[in-house]
Write a protein that binds this ligand. Structure first.
Ligand code: GLN
Length: 503
C-alpha cells in the first residue's frame, strides 16, 4: 500500500504545501487504490475522469506561487446525494441513473474552490433511506473491516471509501444518522453539523427539516478542516445560518493538546443504553466514560424521557417530507421515463416510471408519508409527531442546562451481516435510535472511534452532542478523546483495519 494513502488529510496537505508530494501524485495514489480494492469494497458508484486534470491545475498554480487553501490538492469522495456537474448524480436510485446536474452543490463548489480534488461519487441507500447501503439500486458497499458486513448507511460508501484508504476525506449527509452510524461501524469520524451550519443546496432532499451535510474522515482534525471549507452561510439555502463560525480545525487542534476535559460537564444519556445495546458496544463506551472521569470531567447521568419516542416520531416526519420531496421524480422533470407499451397517458407513464425507478424501501416510505399526511390522519400522525419533536427539543434544552455535552454510543450494535435486517424494516430503523434525536432537535453530533468490541473485533464509536451552534465544542472534545485513546493504544484505530488488496 502506498504511504501517500495512509496519510491523514492534514498530513497530506502539509506535504503538498512543502511540495514533497504533488497533487497529481496524491490523486494518482488514491485512484490506484480504488483500482486495487473497490471491486471488493464497492464504495464508489462513479470514479472521476477529471480528477487528474484538476490536480494538475492545482500543481501549476502552486508552482506559479499562488496562495492556495490549506487542503488544496487533497482528494475528496462525494456522496452521490450531492449533485455535481462533471459526474452523474443518482442518489443511489435507478430513477436518476446517468443524471447530470447543471450545477454543483454548494459544498462541492466550495471544495473545488478550496482546491480539493473530487475523485468520485460514493454509494448510498436509495435517496438516503437506510442504515446499511443494502437499499442502493446499484448493489451494497462492503465494510472494509469485514467484507461480509454492512458499512452502515445511508452513507456507507463515503465511510467505506475513507476506511479503506480510497480517499482521505469524504462528504456525507445525515438525516437520521447517515454520517454518524457509518462512521461508528467503520472506525472513522463522522460529523453532523448544526442544522443550517452547512449548505444543503444541491443535496438531493430526503427530509428537508432534518437533512444536514457534513464531513466523513479518519481524524477529528481532518473533519474540522473539511467543515471549515464547506460551512458558513449560503444565500441559496433558505435554512442556512448567517452566523460567523469559529475554525473547527483550530478547535480540534486545541482539543488535542489542551486539557479541555478537566471540569467539562458530561451527560451520559440514560435512554441511550441498556436494552438493545450490544455488550461490547456498551463496555467500550463505559470504559471511555471512566477515562473521561479520570481526566477530571464531571460525568453525570442525564434523563431525556422523550427520546424513547424519537424513532417513532422520525418515521412519521421523515416519510411525510420524503413523499413530498420525491414527488418531483415524475418522469417529466428528472431522470428516467418509462412508457408502457410505447405510449400511455401522463398518469400511466408516471406510474410506470415510479414503479420501475423506485426500490421497495422508497415506495414503503412514500406510502407511509402520504398516509400520515392524508386529511383524516394528519392530526393523529404527523401532528402528533411534531409535538413529540418539540418535547425532544425540550429534553435537549433541559439537559444542556446541566451539562456541556451529551454522550452515548453512536449506534446500538457493531456492523451487522448482509441480509440480517433487510427483511425487517423495524430492526433496520432501530439501528438509528442514538442518532435520530440530534436531527429532530437540529443539534450537532460527532462520532469518534473508541475501540473494537471484544466479541466480534469490530469498531465502536462514541457520539458527542452539543447545543445548537456549538459545533466547535464537539471538535474540541472529540479531538481530546481521540488523542487520549491514541496515547493509550500507541496507534490509531483505523491503522488496525485489514489492508485489503494485497500490498
Ligand atoms: N437510517 C436512517 C433512515 O433510514 C437515516 C438516514 C439518513 O440519515 N439519511 O432514514
Amino acid at each position: 500500500m502506498s504511504d501517500i494513502i495512509r496519510l491523514t488529510a492534514a498530513g497530506l496537505a502539509e506535504k503538498l504545501q512543502t511540495r514533497e508530494i504533488s497533487a497529481v501524485e496524491a490523486t494518482q495514489a488514491h485512484l490506484d487504490r480504488i483500482d486495487a480494492v473497490d471491486h471488493d469494497v464497492h464504495a464508489f458508484l462513479h470514479v472521476s475522469n477529471h480528477a487528474l486534470d484538476a490536480a494538475r491545475r492545482i500543481d501549476d498554480r502552486r508552482t506559479a506561487g499562488e496562495e492556495l487553501g490549506p487542503l488544496a490538492g487533497v482528494p475528496l469522495a462525494v456522496k452521490d446525494v450531492l449533485v455535481t456537474t462533471d459526474m452523474p448524480s443518482t442518489s443511489g436510485s435507478r430513477i436518476l441513473e446517468g443524471y447530470m446536474s447543471p450545477f454543483d452543490a454548494t459544498v462541492v463548489k466550495r471544495a473545488r474552490e478550496a482546491g480539493l480534488i473530487p475523485i468520485g461519487k460514493t454509494n448510498m441507500d436509495e435517496f438516503a433511506m437506510g442504515s446499511s447501503t443494502e437499499h442502493s439500486a446499484y448493489g451494497p458497499t462492503r465494510n472494509p473491516w469485514d467484507l461480509g458486513r454492512i458499512p452502515g448507511g445511508s452513507g456507507g460508501g463515503s465511510a467505506a471509501a475513507v476506511a479503506a484508504f480510497e480517499a482521505p476525506l469524504a462528504l456525507g449527509s445525515d438525516t437520521g444518522g447517515s454520517i454518524r452510524q457509518p462512521a461508528h461501524v467503520t472506525g472513522t469520524v463522522g460529523v453532523k453539523p448544526t442544522y443550517g451550519a452547512v449548505s444543503r443546496y444541491g443535496a438531493i432532499a430526503l427530509a428537508s427539516s432534518l437533512d444536514q451535510v457534513g464531513p466523513v474522515t479518519r481524524t477529528v482534525l481532518d473533519a474540522g478542516l473539511l467543515q471549515d471549507v464547506i460551512g458558513g452561510h449560503d444565500p441559496f439555502d433558505s435554512t442556512s445560518l448567517t452566523d460567523a463560525w469559529p475554525s473547527m480545525a483550530e478547535a480540534a487542534r486545541d482539543g488535542a493538546r489542551g486539557d479541555v476535559l478537566k471540569g467539562l460537564r458530561v451527560g451520559v444519556v440514560k435512554e441511550l443504553s441498556g436494552e438493545g445495546f450490544q455488550a461490547g458496544v456498551q463496555s467500550r463506551f463505559d470504559e471511555t466514560v471512566a477515562l473521561l472521569t479520570k481526566q477530571g470531567a464531571e460525568v453525570v447521568e442525564v434523563r431525556a424521557p422523550h427520546f424513547e419516542y424519537a424513532v417513532s416520531a422520525y418515521y412519521l416526519i421523515l416519510p411525510a417530507e420524503a413523499s413530498s420531496n420525491l414527488a418531483k421524480f415524475d418522469s417529466v422533470r428528472f431522470g428516467m421515463r418509462v412508457q408502457p407499451d410505447g405510449g400511455g397517458t401522463v398518469e400511466q407513464v408516471m406510474a410506470a416510471t415510479r414503479e420501475l425507478g423506485f426500490g421497495p424501501e422508497v415506495k414503503r416510505r412514500i406510502i407511509l408519508g402520504t398516509y400520515a399526511l392524508s386529511a383524516g390522519y394528519y392530526d393523529a400522525y404527523y401532528g402528533s409527531a411534531q409535538k413529540v419533536r418539540t418535547l425532544i427539543q425540550r429534553d435537549f434544552d433541559a439537559a444542556f442546562a446541566q451539562v456541556d455535552v451529551l454522550i452515548s454510543p453512536s449506534a446500538p450494535t457493531t456492523a451487522f451481516k448482509f441480509g440480517e435486517k433487510l427483511k425487517d424494516p423495524m430492526a433496520m430503523y432501530l439501528n438509528d435510535v442514538a442518532t435520530i434525536p440530534a436531527n429532530l432537535a437540529g443539534v450537532p453530533g460527532i462520532s469518534v472511534p473508541i475501540g473494537l468490541a471484544p466479541e466480534d473485533g469490530l469498531p465502536v464509536g462514541i457520539q458527542i452532542m452539543a447545543p445548537v451552534r456549538e459545533d466547535a465544542r464537539l471538535y474540541r472534545v472529540g479531538a481530546a478523546i481521540e488523542a487520549l485513546l491514541e496515547q493509550q493504544w500507541g496507534h490509531t484505530l483505523i491503522s488496525q483495519a485489514p489492508a485489503l488488496g494485497g500490498k
